[in-house]
Design a protein around this ligand. Sequence first.
Ligand code: GSH
Length: 273
Amino acid sequence: MPSKKIRRLIFTVLHLQFIAYLSKQFGRFKRGVFIKNRVCKNFGLCKNQPLLNTDVSPLWSFTLQPTNLLLYVDAQFASPYAMTAFVALHEKSLSFEIVTIDLAANAHHEAPFAAASLTQRVPALVHNGFALSESSAISEYLDEVFPGVPLYPAEPHSRAIARQVQAWLRSDLMPVRQERSTEVVFYGPTNSALSVEARKAVEKLFFAAESLLSTNSENLFGQWCIADVDLALMLNRLVMNGDPVPERLAVYARRQWQRPSVQLWVNQRRPAR
Ligand SMILES: N[C@@H](CCC(=O)N[C@@H](CS)C(=O)NCC(=O)O)C(=O)O
């Protein structure tokens, strides 16, 4: 039987080792190692890929909230903005849960969605408890956080133009958006004629699209990017309704529509109108 002094020494050494172990684990938490591995496991991504810039996440977020992605979209799967976020997630090969929000029933103004979405609009993304609204912010976030297919061009000018196209399509051309709503694309054509204002907006759209797309190019910037989805959708409001569209633009829009991630959205089961 070791003496009292030796027993106290052994106890102190073990105690110190335990404290060292705890602080090492805490350090790993702080560097985001655990969350990284967990994301790898959930989404089948390679462990060594730089996944997350989550060094600042507090300890509790690892222990209380599993690593996950949840996308809120409209119940009709007709929101062009929800579509952008959905396509972005698929392009990144991420698995995610979808929650549909019935906008007609004002569900977007009720909890829990209203608590998750700052804007009370779809889409909204929740990633490990971090909630984000605005479709272009969502696609930029996904591009920064996850590896895989780039959603934006790497070259700064092209990247800036891609963001410009996204912002423009979300803030302008209102008469086209109203008179050729996405119901035309996802439910079927309308036979109402375009107003004078809408025709002016259409001309503006064609001019911009023709200047952006070099002859017969499949994509805006040589390689596919998320702004191609937004531009193709805007053009398809007209193409799919049978409105006159310059052939070059119609070919571009139809080709973009065949992209598998886009087709996944197109083929969602929708409630009857
Ligand atoms: N700029 C936003 C637009 C989002 C938006 O307008 N969403 C519509 C559905 S297409 C919505 O939630 N409307 C409900 C409302 O505004 O009350 C984005 O890009 O996400």
